[in-house]
Design a protein around this ligand. Structure first.
Ligand SMILES: [Zn+2]
Length: 127
């Protein structure tokens, strides 16, 4: 069992949620505890990259909180590095009807992020 599954927005390790693997379809209605992206709900309204951009603009809150335990700029950047390990095949396992979703999102999604931009948005909300 691969127990590293990362949020496509923020790189949070979804598999850290103990219940996640109880049901293969969990990704369909999963809410990331870090960026609060609600898979299966928000993805109908937002593109993953749009949501990531707005999360960064809000200062990368953890669980909606700007000041969260163990959450700092180093932790945020370290977690964002997980984006390079994301794999869209998790969606095809969850539901074959997501084929079009994967096609659209995968075409626009990138694991790249601008560290300076991240840092400036982080500071903007913490001064
Ligand atoms: Zn997330």
């Amino acid at each position: 069992m691969n127990n590293s599954v990362y949020c496509f927005i923020c790189g949070y390790n979804i598999a850290e949620d103990a219940d996640f693997f109880n049901n293969a379809n969990n990704i369909r209605f999963y809410m990331c505890p870090c960026c609060l992206f609600h898979y299966g709900i928000d993805d109908g309204m937002y593109k993953l990259m749009e949501y990531r951009q707005s999360w960064i603009k809000k200062g990368l809150p953890f669980g909606g909180e700007l000041i969260a335990p163990k959450w700092n700029i180093e932790a945020a950047v370290k977690q964002l590095n997980n984006l390079s390990k994301c794999n869209f095949s998790i969606f095809s396992k969850a539901n074959v009807n997501w084929e079009n979703f994967i096609k659209v999102q995968n075409a626009e999604w990138t694991s790249e992020f601008d560290k300076e931009y991240i840092k400036s948005n982080w500071l903007k909300y913490r001064q």
